[in-house]
Design a binder for this molecule. Sequence first.
Ligand code: MSP
Length: 535
Amino acid sequence: MSKKFYVTTPIYYPSASPHLGHAYCTTLADVLARGKRMRGFDTYFLTGLDEHGEKIQDNAKAKGVTPKEFVDEVAVKFTDLWKIMGISYDHFIRTTDDYHVETVKKIFSRFLKQDDVYLSSYTGWYCVHEESYWTETQVGPEHLCPECGRPVEKKEEPAYFFRCGKFVDRLLKFYDEHPDFVIPEGRKTEMINNFIKPGLTDLCVTRTTFDWGIPVEEAPGHVIYVWLDALTNYISALGYLQQNDALFKNFWEDPDTEIVHVIGADINRFHTIYWPMFLMALSLREPSHVFVHGLMMMKDGKMSKSKGNVIPVPPLVDHFGVDAIRYYLTREIIFGQDGEFTPEQFVERLNVDLANNLGNLLNRTVSMIEKYFGGEIPAYEGDLNDLDKNLYEAARETVKNYETLSDSLKVTEAYAAVMDLVSKANKYIEESAPWALAKDPDKKPLLASCMAHLASVLFLAGELLSPILITKSKELFDQLGLDEDERTYEKAVSLCSLGGHHVVKGSPLFPRLDAAKEIEFIKALMAAPKEKAAA
Ligand code: MSP
């Protein structure tokens, strides 16, 4: 198992402010990155913005500012949001950054030299909104974009094309040899059936009808078309073809690094067909996995800026706290499926999992240790009965499952397994009935054992959940009286005795929410006037 991990999000279009859909993808990647760091992996986490293209140019014009002024303003909204959401990225790339521009130009020159790209002219059905050309079959008799349903326009212009045909057999062989390249696998089948089998057309990689892009030195008037520019970010950010390429050497060139691109299903084609082909043309290794997540839907379809049905994140975080939002995002949408956001489910999820399950377990445990042992956690003296033994067995099993599931990128399931352990610990309290043990002085060792087991399991649950609960896990550790330097993964998973630590009762980790009131609050946010994208 490799101990290096490189994880990326898509670089988002800064065509308007970020919303919960972007936060969903970025939070997933952040949870993956934090989970690996916690376990001692050498980890690098990249996110950023895809700042070129016709749509940005149009949006800027509509606002009466230059494209760069436009993207500068939106970039701050993204970085501010990531700060609020506790996103622990190592680098924030913007495709207008000089080092990125330099790498893209060099890659294009190399493609030109290798005859991987050629000049031709393009006629096709173009959707300005999706920045995509479509074929006659795809747009159908009504000439509508298959992705967003808007009318497409016929366009012809000189353009360079990438020779996909040259790499298609290699790509299929690569798919065969790496069955887990695309996760879930069904997303790869979609690509083979919908795009590769019908005959892959060469990919347009330059444009001449707008100029907000990276200019092609060899062909004045051409700018690099958005996907070659955008996909390159994953290696330009590491210094590929730049003077300082230490990160590239460490994270990309090492065949043992696990490289994961987290993306939404809407951009699957670009990541699982063209990106591996570009890398083949550059004689570089492929990523280990493209992790295709589902989309956050609203009643009226995909949450998106252009639909104007987005939920603004800052007021949600402000009201419910960052951990609750991160938990909801990680837990609610089962990986690989779309999930619908409803205020009712949101509040229910937080109440059931965080207030009733985790919050309650901590609260009960700390209260009992105070009441029965004057606040000092008793020492672990072995599993004194089957209930103790079963709880520890479940805890060990959880660690194993958590690691296996997170290593296979089953994020939702990995954290569900931890919450399952928390439920078991609550059940263990019911079955052990410490209140009854406390009445009989002969049962004191059993009572002590029960408290010791609960404290260790809480420590473990807090640690395993810490990639999501970035502030509340600390409060949990504080309440268990753990010193800063004790809060390590190794110690938590060893289920070691916390005997002698003094619990410190704090306020409830997640107070129970008044469902009716909170649902009203979210509905008001959803009804607030939305910023519409100009496109
Ligand atoms: N700029 C391209 C990506 C280039 S990557 C080399 C792009 N940008 S985007 O702003 O449209 O963002 C797309 C990604 O944002 C999706 O793939 C998805 O990960 C995320 N999401 C945007 N809306 C979303 C939802 N409603 N739900 C979940 N994720 C969403 O495409």
